[in-house]
Design a protein around this ligand. Sequence first.
Ligand code: SF4
Length: 130
Amino acid sequence: MCPATDTGKVLNPMELIAEGKRNLFANGMEILRARSFDSLGAASNGTPMSVSLIGDGESSVKTDSIWECTTCGACTEKCPVFIEQFPKILKMRRHLVMFEDGLKDEKADDRVQVYDVSELLAKGLQPTKP
Ligand code: SF4
């Protein structure tokens, strides 16, 4: 069903959710201790967790699996208990890009072609429409 799993990649959407659950159990007491008495949900931002949500440990979501999702949505469509896997994957991917330099191994020049429009116009060239 998942094209990543079916082609032998690390990503398995069901296992990814289970890894998240194991991470919550691993950090549960710290979250409970850190949050205020009358609040619900996660501890406040900045509370260090001993087990990282994204990483290589038993109770962490594997970094490779986050990048292998094609966002096709098949997992969400077929899930018998209505878990929305790929929006969670996208949030973790966003976190890696914004806070963990998830794309730092690639050269910026390879990812984005940046044109200086004024330079093109000075040369008499017109930017082309994509
Ligand atoms: S959206 Fe779901 S089924 Fe599709 S690649 Fe990602 S995890 Fe697999």
